[in-house]
Design a protein. Structure first.
Length: 166
């Protein structure tokens, strides 16, 4: 993505799509594959997201919120699933980060949203993860959060960040 350096989101999308930005169909998308239990690569996807947003000239405070939420989601994929992917989508209005996994699912989303509640295995806790702050931190950082989960199948998180609100 070196070619986007120095562009604002609006400039980049206008040049890239060569269209008037009144049309909201143009966006930047990136997919990151996340492996279960790959602690050596933990944080790589969220770091790449941060780099892309900085290159696009996104407000630093908004970039920080997106990066924190992405990191928490990335760690949830590593700790709780058998693998999945994160997607970054940047439009002129929104930054959307999705995290989708194959895994046990979340049986009680309301309970999982409580600070301190964790189903992380002991080994993750020994490594300093699994404090039960992931989903609450994601909710705190995102302007809007949608969670869909099916027990025994997996979970989809959709995090929305309003670019105009910052």
């Amino acid at each position: 993505m070196r070619h986007v350096e120095g562009y604002t989101v609006r400039d980049y999308l206008a040049v890239r799509g060569n269209h008037d930005m009144k049309d909201d169909y143009y966006s930047i998308e990136q997919v990151f594959r996340i492996k279960a239990w790959d602690f050596a690569s933990a944080g790589e996807a969220s770091s790449q997201i941060k780099k892309i947003l900085k290159q696009l000239g996104i407000d630093p405070a908004l970039t920080r919120r997106v990066t924190i939420a992405a990191y928490e989601a990335e760690m949830n994929l590593i700790i709780h699933s058998v693998g999945g992917e994160m997607r970054l989508k940047v439009t002129p209005q929104f930054i959307i980060v999705t995290a989708e996994d194959r895994g046990p699912g979340i049986p009680d989303i309301a309970l999982a949203m409580q600070e301190g509640y964790s189903t992380a295995p002991e080994i993750a806790r020994e490594l300093g993860f699994g404090a039960g702050m992931g989903l609450p931190n994601i909710k705190r950082c995102a302007d809007r959060l949608n969670i869909q989960s099916s027990v025994g199948k997996g979970t989809l998180l959709e995090m929305y960040f309003d670019i105009k609100a910052g």
